[in-house]
Design a protein around this ligand. Structure first.
Ligand code: MRU
Length: 360
Protein backbone atom coordinates (compact mmCIF):
# COMPACT_ATOMS: atom_id res chain seq x y z
CA UNK A 1 0.00 0.00 0.00
CA UNK A 2 1.39 3.40 -1.00
CA UNK A 3 1.41 6.40 1.33
CA UNK A 4 -0.96 8.02 -1.19
CA UNK A 5 -3.61 5.37 -0.45
CA UNK A 6 -4.06 6.64 3.11
CA UNK A 7 -6.44 9.48 3.92
CA UNK A 8 -4.47 12.36 5.42
CA UNK A 9 -7.38 13.30 7.69
CA UNK A 10 -10.68 11.48 8.27
CA UNK A 11 -13.45 10.91 10.76
CA UNK A 12 -14.20 7.57 12.38
CA UNK A 13 -17.69 8.45 13.57
CA UNK A 14 -18.29 5.12 15.30
CA UNK A 15 -15.20 5.50 17.47
CA UNK A 16 -15.71 9.29 17.61
CA UNK A 17 -12.11 9.73 16.53
CA UNK A 18 -10.05 11.94 14.25
CA UNK A 19 -7.90 9.62 12.15
CA UNK A 20 -4.54 10.90 10.91
CA UNK A 21 -1.15 9.60 9.83
CA UNK A 22 1.54 10.55 12.33
CA UNK A 23 3.59 12.63 9.87
CA UNK A 24 6.47 13.09 12.31
CA UNK A 25 7.41 9.42 11.74
CA UNK A 26 7.35 9.48 7.93
CA UNK A 27 8.87 8.17 5.74
CA UNK A 28 10.21 5.42 8.02
CA UNK A 29 7.02 4.40 9.77
CA UNK A 30 3.36 4.70 8.77
CA UNK A 31 1.47 4.92 12.02
CA UNK A 32 -2.24 5.72 12.00
CA UNK A 33 -3.53 7.59 15.03
CA UNK A 34 -7.13 7.60 16.30
CA UNK A 35 -7.51 10.73 18.42
CA UNK A 36 -10.56 11.15 20.63
CA UNK A 37 -9.44 13.68 23.25
CA UNK A 38 -9.32 17.41 22.49
CA UNK A 39 -5.90 17.79 24.11
CA UNK A 40 -4.53 15.03 21.84
CA UNK A 41 -5.99 16.71 18.76
CA UNK A 42 -4.48 20.05 19.84
CA UNK A 43 -1.15 18.35 20.50
CA UNK A 44 -1.21 16.55 17.11
CA UNK A 45 -1.67 19.90 15.33
CA UNK A 46 0.95 21.64 17.48
CA UNK A 47 3.50 18.84 17.03
CA UNK A 48 2.86 18.64 13.26
CA UNK A 49 1.59 15.06 13.38
CA UNK A 50 -1.02 16.55 11.09
CA UNK A 51 0.21 19.65 9.28
CA UNK A 52 -0.14 21.79 6.19
CA UNK A 53 -2.69 24.60 6.05
CA UNK A 54 -5.69 22.77 4.48
CA UNK A 55 -5.09 19.58 6.50
CA UNK A 56 -5.10 21.41 9.83
CA UNK A 57 -8.35 23.11 8.77
CA UNK A 58 -9.82 19.67 8.01
CA UNK A 59 -8.53 18.27 11.32
CA UNK A 60 -9.92 21.22 13.28
CA UNK A 61 -13.35 20.84 11.63
CA UNK A 62 -13.50 17.17 12.60
CA UNK A 63 -12.01 17.99 16.01
CA UNK A 64 -14.67 20.55 16.88
CA UNK A 65 -17.41 18.17 15.71
CA UNK A 66 -16.00 15.58 18.14
CA UNK A 67 -15.92 18.21 20.88
CA UNK A 68 -19.57 19.02 20.16
CA UNK A 69 -20.51 15.32 20.50
CA UNK A 70 -18.79 15.22 23.90
CA UNK A 71 -20.33 18.50 25.09
CA UNK A 72 -23.81 17.35 24.06
CA UNK A 73 -23.57 14.41 26.50
CA UNK A 74 -23.99 16.81 29.43
CA UNK A 75 -25.24 20.09 27.91
CA UNK A 76 -28.62 19.68 26.21
CA UNK A 77 -29.76 23.31 26.10
CA UNK A 78 -28.36 25.69 23.51
CA UNK A 79 -26.79 28.32 25.78
CA UNK A 80 -24.76 25.94 27.94
CA UNK A 81 -23.84 23.84 24.85
CA UNK A 82 -22.69 26.93 22.96
CA UNK A 83 -20.63 28.31 25.87
CA UNK A 84 -18.57 25.07 25.95
CA UNK A 85 -18.47 24.89 22.13
CA UNK A 86 -16.84 28.34 21.97
CA UNK A 87 -14.24 27.31 24.58
CA UNK A 88 -13.41 24.16 22.60
CA UNK A 89 -13.19 26.17 19.37
CA UNK A 90 -10.84 28.77 20.88
CA UNK A 91 -8.69 25.99 22.34
CA UNK A 92 -8.21 24.28 18.95
CA UNK A 93 -7.65 27.65 17.28
CA UNK A 94 -4.72 28.31 19.62
CA UNK A 95 -2.70 25.31 18.38
CA UNK A 96 -0.92 27.20 15.56
CA UNK A 97 -1.19 30.89 14.54
CA UNK A 98 0.01 31.33 10.95
CA UNK A 99 -2.13 29.15 8.68
CA UNK A 100 -5.49 30.89 8.36
CA UNK A 101 -7.25 27.62 7.43
CA UNK A 102 -7.39 26.61 11.10
CA UNK A 103 -9.50 29.60 12.15
CA UNK A 104 -11.29 29.64 8.78
CA UNK A 105 -12.58 26.07 9.31
CA UNK A 106 -13.51 26.73 12.94
CA UNK A 107 -15.37 29.91 11.96
CA UNK A 108 -17.29 27.92 9.37
CA UNK A 109 -18.24 25.33 11.99
CA UNK A 110 -19.25 28.11 14.40
CA UNK A 111 -21.49 29.64 11.74
CA UNK A 112 -23.38 26.33 11.47
CA UNK A 113 -24.13 26.48 15.20
CA UNK A 114 -25.11 30.15 15.12
CA UNK A 115 -27.31 29.82 12.04
CA UNK A 116 -29.22 26.91 13.58
CA UNK A 117 -29.57 27.98 17.18
CA UNK A 118 -33.33 27.47 17.10
CA UNK A 119 -32.87 23.73 16.42
CA UNK A 120 -32.48 21.07 19.11
CA UNK A 121 -28.80 20.64 20.03
CA UNK A 122 -28.62 17.05 18.73
CA UNK A 123 -29.71 18.33 15.30
CA UNK A 124 -26.98 20.99 15.44
CA UNK A 125 -24.41 18.29 16.22
CA UNK A 126 -25.63 16.34 13.16
CA UNK A 127 -25.19 19.46 11.01
CA UNK A 128 -21.68 19.91 12.37
CA UNK A 129 -20.77 16.43 11.18
CA UNK A 130 -22.07 17.25 7.70
CA UNK A 131 -20.13 20.52 7.62
CA UNK A 132 -16.87 18.85 8.72
CA UNK A 133 -17.29 16.26 5.98
CA UNK A 134 -18.09 19.02 3.46
CA UNK A 135 -14.90 20.87 4.39
CA UNK A 136 -12.83 17.72 3.78
CA UNK A 137 -14.64 16.88 0.51
CA UNK A 138 -14.31 20.45 -0.78
CA UNK A 139 -10.59 20.33 -0.03
CA UNK A 140 -10.29 17.44 -2.51
CA UNK A 141 -12.29 19.33 -5.16
CA UNK A 142 -10.25 22.50 -4.56
CA UNK A 143 -6.90 20.74 -4.89
CA UNK A 144 -7.97 18.96 -8.06
CA UNK A 145 -9.03 22.30 -9.59
CA UNK A 146 -5.77 23.95 -8.54
CA UNK A 147 -4.04 21.04 -10.28
CA UNK A 148 -6.06 21.51 -13.48
CA UNK A 149 -5.24 25.22 -13.64
CA UNK A 150 -1.65 24.69 -12.52
CA UNK A 151 -0.88 22.06 -15.15
CA UNK A 152 -1.50 24.65 -17.88
CA UNK A 153 1.67 26.36 -16.62
CA UNK A 154 3.81 23.24 -17.14
CA UNK A 155 5.40 22.06 -20.38
CA UNK A 156 6.48 18.53 -21.17
CA UNK A 157 10.07 18.07 -20.02
CA UNK A 158 9.98 20.89 -17.44
CA UNK A 159 12.00 20.91 -14.25
CA UNK A 160 9.97 22.17 -11.28
CA UNK A 161 11.03 23.16 -7.80
CA UNK A 162 8.97 23.09 -4.63
CA UNK A 163 9.58 23.94 -0.99
CA UNK A 164 8.19 22.25 2.13
CA UNK A 165 5.24 19.91 1.67
CA UNK A 166 2.20 21.37 -0.02
CA UNK A 167 1.39 17.85 -1.11
CA UNK A 168 -1.30 15.28 -0.50
CA UNK A 169 -0.06 14.97 3.08
CA UNK A 170 -0.90 18.64 3.63
CA UNK A 171 -4.45 18.34 2.24
CA UNK A 172 -7.24 15.79 1.91
CA UNK A 173 -5.91 14.73 -1.53
CA UNK A 174 -3.56 15.79 -4.36
CA UNK A 175 -1.98 18.67 -2.42
CA UNK A 176 -1.88 22.21 -3.74
CA UNK A 177 1.64 22.78 -5.14
CA UNK A 178 1.90 19.08 -6.05
CA UNK A 179 -1.54 18.84 -7.71
CA UNK A 180 -0.26 20.23 -11.06
CA UNK A 181 2.61 17.73 -10.84
CA UNK A 182 0.30 14.77 -10.23
CA UNK A 183 -1.92 15.83 -13.13
CA UNK A 184 1.06 16.40 -15.44
CA UNK A 185 2.21 12.89 -14.55
CA UNK A 186 -1.30 11.47 -15.17
CA UNK A 187 -1.22 13.09 -18.62
CA UNK A 188 2.07 11.32 -19.37
CA UNK A 189 4.17 14.50 -19.33
CA UNK A 190 7.80 14.07 -18.30
CA UNK A 191 8.62 16.35 -15.39
CA UNK A 192 11.53 16.47 -12.97
CA UNK A 193 10.84 17.85 -9.53
CA UNK A 194 13.43 19.30 -7.15
CA UNK A 195 12.23 19.08 -3.57
CA UNK A 196 13.92 21.38 -1.04
CA UNK A 197 14.63 19.43 2.15
CA UNK A 198 13.08 22.31 4.18
CA UNK A 199 15.03 22.85 7.38
CA UNK A 200 14.45 22.38 10.24
CA UNK A 201 11.56 19.88 10.16
CA UNK A 202 12.39 18.43 6.74
CA UNK A 203 8.87 18.36 5.33
CA UNK A 204 10.35 18.47 1.81
CA UNK A 205 12.78 15.62 2.34
CA UNK A 206 10.58 13.42 4.51
CA UNK A 207 7.17 14.07 2.94
CA UNK A 208 7.24 15.71 -0.52
CA UNK A 209 10.06 13.58 -1.92
CA UNK A 210 8.41 10.50 -0.42
CA UNK A 211 4.94 11.12 -1.83
CA UNK A 212 6.12 12.17 -5.30
CA UNK A 213 8.46 9.18 -5.50
CA UNK A 214 5.59 6.90 -4.38
CA UNK A 215 3.54 8.30 -7.28
CA UNK A 216 6.34 7.43 -9.73
CA UNK A 217 7.32 11.07 -10.35
CA UNK A 218 11.00 11.84 -10.98
CA UNK A 219 11.98 13.69 -7.80
CA UNK A 220 15.36 14.83 -6.52
CA UNK A 221 15.83 15.90 -2.92
CA UNK A 222 18.13 18.91 -2.47
CA UNK A 223 19.39 20.90 0.49
CA UNK A 224 17.59 24.24 0.75
CA UNK A 225 20.85 26.00 -0.01
CA UNK A 226 21.14 24.11 -3.34
CA UNK A 227 18.03 25.74 -4.84
CA UNK A 228 19.90 28.66 -6.50
CA UNK A 229 22.42 26.18 -7.91
CA UNK A 230 19.81 24.00 -9.65
CA UNK A 231 18.23 27.21 -10.97
CA UNK A 232 21.58 28.50 -12.24
CA UNK A 233 22.14 25.12 -13.92
CA UNK A 234 18.98 25.72 -15.97
CA UNK A 235 17.20 22.73 -14.45
CA UNK A 236 14.15 24.62 -13.15
CA UNK A 237 11.49 26.11 -15.46
CA UNK A 238 8.93 26.94 -12.74
CA UNK A 239 8.54 27.02 -8.97
CA UNK A 240 5.31 25.86 -7.31
CA UNK A 241 4.82 26.41 -3.57
CA UNK A 242 1.90 26.36 -1.16
CA UNK A 243 0.93 29.03 1.34
CA UNK A 244 -0.42 29.41 4.85
CA UNK A 245 -1.96 32.87 4.59
CA UNK A 246 -2.26 35.23 1.65
CA UNK A 247 -2.78 38.89 2.53
CA UNK A 248 -5.11 41.11 0.49
CA UNK A 249 -2.17 42.67 -1.41
CA UNK A 250 -0.66 39.30 -2.38
CA UNK A 251 2.11 39.11 0.21
CA UNK A 252 1.96 35.60 1.64
CA UNK A 253 3.31 33.45 4.43
CA UNK A 254 4.65 29.98 3.78
CA UNK A 255 7.25 27.68 5.28
CA UNK A 256 10.48 29.37 6.30
CA UNK A 257 12.81 29.52 3.32
CA UNK A 258 10.10 30.23 0.75
CA UNK A 259 11.09 33.89 0.35
CA UNK A 260 14.70 32.89 -0.39
CA UNK A 261 13.41 30.59 -3.15
CA UNK A 262 11.28 33.43 -4.56
CA UNK A 263 14.25 35.82 -4.53
CA UNK A 264 16.44 33.27 -6.32
CA UNK A 265 13.69 32.56 -8.88
CA UNK A 266 13.42 36.28 -9.63
CA UNK A 267 17.20 36.49 -10.09
CA UNK A 268 17.15 33.63 -12.61
CA UNK A 269 13.94 34.75 -14.39
CA UNK A 270 11.99 31.66 -13.33
CA UNK A 271 8.19 31.98 -12.83
CA UNK A 272 7.16 31.59 -9.21
CA UNK A 273 3.63 30.27 -8.62
CA UNK A 274 1.78 30.10 -5.31
CA UNK A 275 -0.94 27.46 -5.15
CA UNK A 276 -3.61 28.98 -2.95
CA UNK A 277 -7.03 27.60 -2.06
CA UNK A 278 -9.37 30.55 -1.45
CA UNK A 279 -9.63 29.33 2.17
CA UNK A 280 -6.00 30.48 2.57
CA UNK A 281 -6.67 33.99 1.25
CA UNK A 282 -7.27 36.33 4.17
CA UNK A 283 -8.62 39.63 2.87
CA UNK A 284 -8.80 40.87 6.47
CA UNK A 285 -5.00 40.94 6.52
CA UNK A 286 -3.87 43.89 4.41
CA UNK A 287 -0.21 42.98 3.88
CA UNK A 288 2.45 40.52 4.95
CA UNK A 289 3.59 42.68 7.86
CA UNK A 290 0.30 41.88 9.64
CA UNK A 291 0.79 38.11 9.47
CA UNK A 292 1.68 36.47 12.80
CA UNK A 293 4.67 34.22 12.28
CA UNK A 294 4.87 31.16 14.50
CA UNK A 295 8.12 30.77 16.40
CA UNK A 296 9.00 27.28 17.52
CA UNK A 297 11.32 25.61 19.99
CA UNK A 298 15.00 26.02 19.12
CA UNK A 299 15.50 22.33 19.85
CA UNK A 300 13.88 21.61 16.47
CA UNK A 301 17.02 23.20 14.98
CA UNK A 302 19.64 21.88 17.39
CA UNK A 303 18.39 18.46 18.49
CA UNK A 304 15.82 16.99 16.16
CA UNK A 305 17.20 14.42 13.68
CA UNK A 306 20.64 14.38 15.32
CA UNK A 307 22.01 11.77 17.69
CA UNK A 308 23.70 14.55 19.62
CA UNK A 309 22.83 18.28 19.67
CA UNK A 310 24.60 20.00 16.79
CA UNK A 311 24.63 23.50 18.26
CA UNK A 312 26.75 24.22 21.32
CA UNK A 313 24.87 24.52 24.56
CA UNK A 314 24.03 28.14 25.34
CA UNK A 315 24.03 29.38 21.72
CA UNK A 316 20.86 31.37 20.98
CA UNK A 317 18.53 29.89 18.36
CA UNK A 318 15.89 31.75 16.35
CA UNK A 319 13.38 29.36 14.80
CA UNK A 320 10.57 31.08 12.85
CA UNK A 321 8.40 28.41 11.22
CA UNK A 322 7.25 30.63 8.33
CA UNK A 323 8.36 33.66 6.38
CA UNK A 324 6.63 36.32 4.31
CA UNK A 325 7.27 36.62 0.58
CA UNK A 326 6.50 40.00 -0.99
CA UNK A 327 3.86 40.01 -3.71
CA UNK A 328 6.18 41.50 -6.33
CA UNK A 329 8.09 38.20 -6.37
CA UNK A 330 4.94 36.22 -7.27
CA UNK A 331 4.14 35.42 -10.91
CA UNK A 332 0.65 34.16 -10.09
CA UNK A 333 -1.63 32.59 -7.50
CA UNK A 334 -3.16 29.33 -8.68
CA UNK A 335 -6.58 29.06 -7.01
CA UNK A 336 -9.50 26.68 -7.49
CA UNK A 337 -11.20 29.44 -9.51
CA UNK A 338 -8.30 30.20 -11.81
CA UNK A 339 -4.91 31.87 -11.92
CA UNK A 340 -4.68 35.32 -10.37
CA UNK A 341 -2.06 37.61 -11.88
CA UNK A 342 -1.09 41.13 -10.74
CA UNK A 343 -2.72 43.43 -9.70
CA UNK A 344 -3.34 40.88 -6.97
CA UNK A 345 -5.57 43.00 -4.75
CA UNK A 346 -8.39 42.92 -7.29
CA UNK A 347 -7.88 39.35 -8.54
CA UNK A 348 -7.68 37.84 -5.04
CA UNK A 349 -10.84 39.67 -3.97
CA UNK A 350 -12.63 38.33 -7.06
CA UNK A 351 -11.80 34.66 -6.41
CA UNK A 352 -12.79 34.99 -2.74
CA UNK A 353 -16.10 36.49 -3.87
CA UNK A 354 -16.65 33.49 -6.17
CA UNK A 355 -15.95 31.09 -3.30
CA UNK A 356 -18.30 32.99 -0.96
CA UNK A 357 -21.15 33.01 -3.46
CA UNK A 358 -20.71 29.25 -3.99
CA UNK A 359 -21.01 28.68 -0.21
CA UNK A 360 -24.45 30.31 -0.11
O1 MRU B 1 4.64 23.75 9.38
P1 MRU B 1 3.88 23.07 8.28
O2 MRU B 1 4.47 21.77 7.86
O3 MRU B 1 2.41 22.95 8.61
O4 MRU B 1 3.99 24.07 7.05
C1 MRU B 1 3.35 23.74 5.85
C2 MRU B 1 3.56 24.73 4.77
O5 MRU B 1 4.19 25.74 4.94
C3 MRU B 1 2.83 24.45 3.47
O6 MRU B 1 3.57 24.92 2.39
C4 MRU B 1 1.47 25.17 3.49
O7 MRU B 1 0.79 24.88 4.69
C5 MRU B 1 0.64 24.84 2.34
S1 MRU B 1 0.02 23.18 2.40
C6 MRU B 1 -0.96 22.94 1.04
Amino acid sequence: MSILDYATVSLDDEKKALVIIDQTLLPNETKILHLTEQKDIWQAIYELKVRGAPAIGDAAAIGIYLAACEIFKSKKDFDSFYADFVKAKDYLDSARPTAVNLSWALKRMDKVVQDNKTLAVDKIVELLKKEAQAIVDEDIWICRNIGEYGVTLIKDGDGLLTHCNAGQLATAKYGTATAPMYIAHEKGMKIKVFSDETRPLLQGARLTAYELHSAGIDVTSICDSAAPTVMRNGWVQAVFVGCDRVAANGDFANKIGTSAVALAAKRFGIPFYVCAPTSTIDLGTKSGSEIVIEERDGKEVSHMWYEKPMIADGVKIYNPAFDVTDHDLVTGFVTEYGIVKAPFEQGLAEVVKKADSKDK
